[in-house]
Design a protein around this ligand. Structure first.
Ligand code: ADP
Ligand code: MG
Length: 152
């Protein structure tokens, strides 16, 4: 397991970190399942901000809004090959039970190697996330500083 720790001083730095991770993931050889990011930690910790940068790193042009009220949003990615890749952004904050996520076809989504899946409040569905999940923890240091640790 590799653990990396970063302190960001502002929103732009958090976005940049997200962008860098996306680029790194795109360079990796495709796996047999989806790439999954599990984001956990403080409210206002920067999870959505990080994923806005992450989406930019995937070359998505759409504005990434927090999916808190819809639980899940799907964005289609441009792909050099003919297959369509998708970026799924989930927010489990409002989930009452982990199982609710299954009705959205979650199992199928994470099994598909064409998908990149990012889950905010991932601690709420921890038992449904596979071992290869990249875990990111967001901590509030002060109004501008955030501590972000990445575990894989
Ligand atoms: P979460 O999704 O974890 O609840 P958001 O990304 O929605 O968090 O909100 C983070 C808030 O904190 C935003 O209002 C953002 O402007 C502010 N902020 C201040 N400093 C930072 C930083 N270093 N990184 C990320 N966001 C920051
Ligand atoms: Mg959020």
């Amino acid at each position: 397991m590799v653990k990396l720790c970063f302190i960001t001083q502002n929103q732009a730095q958090t976005k940049k970190l997200g962008q860098a991770l996306a680029k790194k993931i795109l360079k990796k050889t495709p796996a047999r399942q989806a790439v999954i990011l599990g984001l956990e930690g403080d409210l206002g910790g920067g999870k959505t901000t990080f994923l806005q940068g992450f989406a930019a790193g995937l070359s998505l042009k759409e504005r990434i809004l927090s999916p808190t009220f819809v639980i899940m949003r799907r964005y289609k990615m441009q792909s050099r090959k003919r297959e369509t890749k998708s970026f799924y952004h989930l927010d489990c904050y409002r989930l009452a039970r982990p199982k609710e996520i299954l009705s959205l076809g979650f199992k199928k989504i994470i099994a598909d190697p064409r998908n990149i899946v990012a889950v905010e409040w991932a601690e709420k569905i921890k038992k449904l996330l596979p071992k290869q999940t990249i875990w990111l923890r967001f901590q509030f240091v002060d109004d501008k500083k955030r501590k972000i640790s990445i575990k894989q």
